[in-house]
Design a protein around this ligand. Structure first.
Ligand code: NAD
Length: 368
């Protein structure tokens, strides 16, 4: 088993920055565990752009591997079968999800489809007795998220959300500094999350498939980031929506939303979510004794940043490799994530998104 010191050397994390994560914490063991332990056997559902990124990253996993696919496109299935040696009996389409039940060589299904499909598909996977890993946003509102949590509980399977940043070394380094008091009392967080979206015909710009606009897709990183950087749950939100292109961003598809969140300690967060500005990927945390800034903060990496103490030193990793190895530990061995990635965690973000949309529509401060 790898020791904490060896992990820290390998990950390039300063030991002092991680005082509250013990050396027996599974995160330190996950990516480097024994080759003899069973691997998490994963079927990927939805073989689009992010699924391809996840699959390439999983080639380097030691604790998880791809053993199946679910897709509506036979040509993609064939291609994935060849790439990942997937047998015919482990290939499903969206009408045969229930048949996963009788397949002993698939433990979990990773749902990487458009947002509005997540809820129904997660419930189908749970009812087939398989663990659910689901991309963010977990659903298109909190009501759906709750249905997913309930269905997985009822089926006694785990529900994990694809929050890859919850395993990212520099992110954990900042969280470690905050936990050890290096920043003093946290006063302020700023999150900027956005990119300029292209093709006007893609599902991300359809209310029906995306459930919203930039907030669902990219703004959620600032919501989630505010929570793990500050280390508290917000009590209220205010939000303002602006739209420069009502043709591209139709009713119900948000282009740009500025939002603010208030936390029990008195800390405040101010964030921007947009589909109209590039290179917007920045977190800033300020406390009475110090600060941290990360830019990029949630992109695929390398994540960069510094605190008042100096540059962040955490290793550059492939986020999805570390995520899937850690998720294998969570599912197979009940290990704990350094920052939660369970259904309840996803639900917290969905409740905040619901409140942000309500605040935009009413102009009122919305309590959580
Ligand atoms: P994509 O369009 O590239 O892929 C979506 C896949 O779903 C395609 O293969 C498509 O064929 C399939 N699909 C199934 N039913 C469909 C339907 N009715 N309409 C349209 N497509 C359908 O999208 P993507 O970028 O891979 O995003 C998929 C999910 O992954 C989204 O929930 C997104 O938020 C999430 N995502 C997460 C990250 C991350 O960093 N965690 C990054 C990108 C995307």
């Amino acid at each position: 088993m790898i020791t904490r010191r060896k992990f820290i050397q390998k990950a390039g994390i300063s030991a002092a920055s991680l005082p509250l994560i013990s050396n027996t914490h599974p995160f330190f063991q996950s990516p480097f565990s024994s080759q003899n332990e069973p691997q998490l056997r994963v079927a990927i559902m939805g073989l689009g752009s992010y699924a391809n990124r996840v699959a390439r990253a999983m080639e380097s996993c030691s604790r998880a591997k791809i053993t199946g696919v679910v897709s509506g496109t036979p040509a993609k299935i064939k291609d994935w079968q060849a790439r990942y040696q997937i047998p015919d009996e482990n290939c499903y389409n969206y009408d045969t999800i229930s048949e996963l039940k009788s397949n002993p060589t698939i433990d979990a299904v990773y749902i990487i489809t458009p947002n509005a499909l997540h809820c129904k598909q997660a419930i189908q996977v749970a009812q087939a007795g398989k663990h659910v890993i689901c991309e963010k946003p977990m659903a298109i509102n909190a009501e759906e998220g709750q249905q997913m949590v309930d269905a997985c509980k009822k089926a006694r399977v785990k529900l994990l959300i694809g929050y890859r940043m919850h395993f990212e070394p520099k992110t954990l380094e900042v969280i470690g500094h905050r936990k050890s008091g290096d920043f003093g009392k946290i006063m302020f967080f700023q999150g900027l999350s956005g990119f300029r979206i292209g093709n006007p015909n893609q599902w991300r710009l359809s209310k029906e498939l995306a459930g919203g606009g930039a907030m669902m897709d990219i703004g959620i990183y600032s919501i989630n980031g505010a929570r793990y950087m500050i280390g508290e749950e917000p009590e209220w939100v205010t939000a303002q929506e602006t739209k420069t292109d009502p043709i591209k961003f139709k009713t119900g598809v948000d282009e740009t939303i500025q939002f603010q969140m208030g936390f029990p300690s008195g800390a405040i967060a101010t964030c921007l979510s947009t589909y109209s500005m590039n290179n917007l990927d920045r977190f800033y945390l300020n406390g009475t004794k110090g600060h941290a800034e990360m830019q990029p903060s949630t992109g695929y990496g390398p994540i960069r940043g510094n605190t008042h103490l100096g540059p962040l030193k955490g290793a550059v990793v492939t986020h999805q490799t570390v995520q899937m190895d850690a998720m294998a530990g969570i599912i197979l061995h009940n290990e704990e994530a350094p920052v939660p990635v369970d259904g309840e965690e996803g639900l917290k973000d969905m409740k905040i998104i619901d409140a942000i949309y309500k605040a935009c529509a009413t102009g009122q401060k919305v309590s959580l």
